[in-house]
Design a protein around this ligand. Structure first.
Ligand code: ATP
Ligand code: MG
Length: 306
């Protein structure tokens, strides 16, 4: 437990998480906590295991070992024991992907309604009669549209509601992914490199959005991010992974000054020391970002190998 965490009840507790793929240990005995009303950044070089942590949290992978506990809705739930499809609804953990995954042939609004499929199906009583007749279902449908409108407005997408998702500019697609995750009413929102491929203006809009969500929604945000200005600017708490292991955990200032992070994660030769001794200034390339003008970065989300 870090000094920052003493005496506070966590929203998420990750205990000794390990994920192995054959002979490769992608995540190696990692423990950390995340809190409500906070942005917790997970950083580390390419291949450090960041997305794999998210895949374990959201049920895409079953961890090889460890406990993942969410304390969101009054009860403690073990994410590692829930089936993947129950994690969004029951545990209220939602995510976005490193590479945008939207229904490109559906409108922006439709994407947000589909995201609420679980709630709508439950209201239908899982029957055709329910779908067509029950007032219950119609009320749920109205609520789903209301929620969609709320998040469209918050994320500046209202004017695009009827645009096909596939025709949106890239920055708007990334915001739509976040809106889609928020429509499911999460207590924990996991964002996998939401700023990747954004220009500086879009990236700054995104920062403001994340800060507003943190201030207004009473949820926790787990953020994988390569851009150090974003990490240092908006995170309350930073976890650093390297080769699957956690090498630092603390406030942005603590992590930035951590010699282990400077040496192991950043690579001593690559680091420029800023005006304040110990301050790290990174170019995107040094931070491990492969910048590709005009488009999203390389796929970094390998599918499970059966
Ligand atoms: N399904 C899988 N099968 C085999 N190896 C995998 C699988 N998923 C991830 N890995 C490996 O686990 C390691 C961690 O990958 P992960 O995608 O979690 O890294 P990351 O920190 O998200 O990196 P990046 O910054 O590039 O997105 C990598 O070596 C990756 O190749
Ligand atoms: Mg990744």
């Amino acid at each position: 437990m870090t000094t920052q965490e003493e005496g506070r009840a966590p929203l998420l507790t990750v205990e000794h998480l390990t994920m192995r793929f054959g002979g490769l240990t992608a995540v190696d005995d990692v423990s950390f906590s995340a809190f409500r009303d906070e942005i917790t950044a997970v950083i580390g070089p390419n291949g450090a295991g960041k997305t794999t942590v998210f895949n374990c949290l959201t049920g895409f992978y079953k961890p090889s070992a460890g406990n993942l506990i969410i304390h969101g809705s009054g009860e403690a739930l073990r994410l590692d024991r829930l089936q993947g499809f129950r994690i969004a609804r029951r545990a209220r953990v939602a995510r976005t992907f490193q590479n945008v995954r939207l229904f490109g042939g559906m409108t922006v609004l439709e994407n947000l309604i589909v995201a609420q499929h679980n709630a709508l199906m439950a209201a239908s009583g899982f029957s055709i009669a329910g779908l067509f007749g029950l007032p219950h279902y119609r009320a749920a449908e109205r609520a789903a549209i209301e929620r969609a409108r709320y998040w469209l407005d918050k994320l500046g997408l209202t004017e695009r509601a009827d645009t096909l998702a596939g025709e949106l500019p890239y920055g708007a697609q990334r915001r739509l992914e976040i809106a889609r995750a928020l429509c499911t009413g999460p207590v924990l929102l996991c964002l996998d490199e939401p700023a990747a491929g954004l220009n500086p203006r879009e990236s700054s809009v995104l920062n403001d959005l994340l800060l507003a969500i943190r201030a207004e929604e009473r949820i926790g945000i787990l953020l994988i991010e390569h851009d150090m200005s974003v990490v240092m600017g908006i995170s309350d708490h930073v976890i650093v992974l390297d080769y699957g292991r956690k090498i630092a955990d603390g406030t942005p200032a603590e992590v930035r000054a951590n010699p282990g992070v400077i040496a192991a994660y950043l690579g001593e030769d690559d680091v420029a020391i800023g005006a304040d001794a110990g301050e790290v200034i990174l170019t995107p390339a040094q931070a491990g970002v492969q910048w590709q003008p005009g488009g999203p970065p390389d796929p970094g989300f390998p599918l499970p190998r059966e």
